[in-house]
Every structure is written in structure tokens, then in C-alpha cells.
Write a protein that binds this ligand. Sequence first.
Ligand SMILES: Cc1cc2nc3c(=O)[nH]c(=O)nc-3n(C[C@H](O)[C@H](O)[C@H](O)COP(=O)(O)O)c2cc1C
Length: 342
Amino acid sequence: MFVTPLIAAPMAGGTTTPELALAAHGAGAFAFAAGGYKTAEQLATHLAPLRAAGHDFGVNLFVPRAEPLSATASAALAMYRSELRATAERYGADVPELLLTEDDPRVQDSWEEKLELLLADPVPLVSFTFGLAPAPLVTKLHKAGSQVVASVTSVAEALAAVETGVDALMVQHANAGGHTAAFLPAPAQPPASLSELILAVRSAVNLPLIGAGGIASSADLKAVLAAGAVAGAIGTALIRTDESGARPVHKDALGDPSYTQTAMTRAFTGKAARALVNDFVREHSATAPRAYPEVHFLTVPLRAAAATAHDPRALNLWAGSGWRQAREGSASHVIVDFLKGL
Ligand SMILES: Cc1cc2nc3c(=O)[nH]c(=O)nc-3n(C[C@H](O)[C@H](O)[C@H](O)COP(=O)(O)O)c2cc1C
């Protein structure tokens, strides 16, 4: 399925640009486009240069939540909105009133429209995160000629994914930057490393596995391959590159030695994600409700204002555990360095 052991992971929210995907491919990686947060029209535009290049690539989509927000989460969301006002005021920003219905395109992330696009004009591979694509959809994508990959974070999720008929699994460890792909409760004793997670999943399922989460060097990639993965995926290692669309303030923060740790936090979006620990993470992680994507849309204006002010204190500085090794320069250099060390 993959002719290369290195994958440029999908990074929605602006980081994955067509230029980044093309540069990664050109240097020998398999590249993903990021479909999350985009409308179908925006996705079509994002994919046009990749289709034109005529080589294999993947498209990643967010699976919308299965259940509406609970009454408890809605109440917690209202309280969180009040809490965020003081932080927003610092940036002259607003915290919008947010009561989203289930059919709101923001809750659905334009799921039906994007699938319609991918079924009408198929791409080589489609991957999903935040949940599983139902088996009939996997069948439809297969019939259209696309391979299908599910993102999982545990053995239980891997077993559930196998039932849907996917071709491979993106096995993500909690060291990964950005949102967790998890859709089931975490196991009581999660594996300490990506290699351990790969070994555990490999002993339970018989599908090609791609390891993701904390791969920061060739040596890390080698370890994941030695554990039985067919490839390793890197995200954080590409954020600072020239072709990445991450905000300059985010790129700078990853190289700033005053940041000393990352943490999993729901503070920015309502879904657990790994970020550099800044003031916002410290002030709001304890109270942020499980309310994705509502919290994401609640904090959008505040984060935009902080970015305009080039102020990293209220920004979601997504970062995996290997962030200190993320380098500036061209994405091709980064990819070539990972590959030549194998
Ligand atoms: C900025 C950022 C955005 C991300 N967006 C997505 C996404 O849209 N879809 C997805 O499946 N994973 C997303 N991820 C997770 C990556 O695909 C990948 O699993 C992760 O970056 C691997 O860990 P690493 O960051 O330690 O390399 C994102 C990660 C980052 C850092």
C-alpha cells in the first residue's frame, strides 16, 4: 500500500498546505491533504494541485460526533464562555454566543458534502479521525477506487476499525501533536511509547499499521518500523518548515526555549489535544468542558486576535512530545533527513 516508510501526516487548521504535501511527496514521503474544518468547496481547491500532480496522496476527514452535547456539557459550556470573557477582553475579542444544532455545518464539518466530492471525484486514499467511517461508507469508497485508513489510539479502537473493512490503521500515540484521534475511553494503562502501542495493536489485528506520535528523528522512525509498522507519520516535525501554513507565531514558539513542556488540553477546542503549555493552557485546562466543536468555535475570535497581536499566550500551539527537534527550512530537507538515516 505505501511504497515509502514516511508519511507527512494531515494537519488541518492551515498547517498542511498543498505546497507542503507536494514538497513532502517530492522528497519521498506519502503525503496527506487535510480536509478537516474545510467546506467541500475549500477541499476541492486544496486538492486541485495534488490531483494535477498526478501522484498518490491521501485525504483526511473528521468524523462528526455520534451524539449531541449532553445537558451537562451544555451547562459547562455556558460557564466556560463566561470564564473566557476576561481573556478575550485582553485581546479586544468577543466570545460568541454558541448553541449549535446537530445539523449545523460546523458540527457536521460539512461531512456529507465532502464525502459526495470524494465519491464523485475519487482520490487514491481517504483517512478518518475522531471516529470510524461506517462499514457501508468504507465499501462505497472502495468501489470508487479509494483505499481507506482509520485512525486509532488503542487495541480496542483497532479491533473496532477492523470490523469496518478498512485497509490500514493510523495508530496514534498520545505523544502526538494536535487532537487525539481517540473515540473510545482510554485504556487504564496506556502503552508508554508508540513502539509499545504498535506491538500491542500488531498482536491483535492483521492490517498494515502506520505509527504516529512523537516521531522526531530517523532513530524514532526506525524504532517504530522495527516494532512492525509499515510506515511512520510525522506532523510536528513539519510545522516549522517553509511550506507549512502554520502561523509564524506558532512556528516561532516551537523554537523558543522558554517553553518547557507539552500537555493534553481541552481548553482550545473541547477535545483533548497536545500543545505547548502557555498561559491559556495553564488558566483554562481544568475547567474546559468536553464540548467539541463548540469550544473550538468559542475560542476562534480570541485566538485570531492573539495571532494578529503576535501573542502566543492565548494560542493553540499544537506540538507533539518531540517538538524540540522540529526544524526550520524546506520540508524536503526534513523529509530527506528522516529517510536517509534509515
Ligand atoms: C497542527 C496539527 C494539526 C493536526 N491535524 C490533524 C488532522 O487534521 N487530522 C488528523 O487525523 N490528525 C491531525 N493531527 C495529528 C497528525 O496527523 C499526527 O497524528 C501527529 O502530528 C503525529 O504526531 P507528531 O505531531 O508528534 O509527529 C494534527 C497534528 C498537528 C500537530
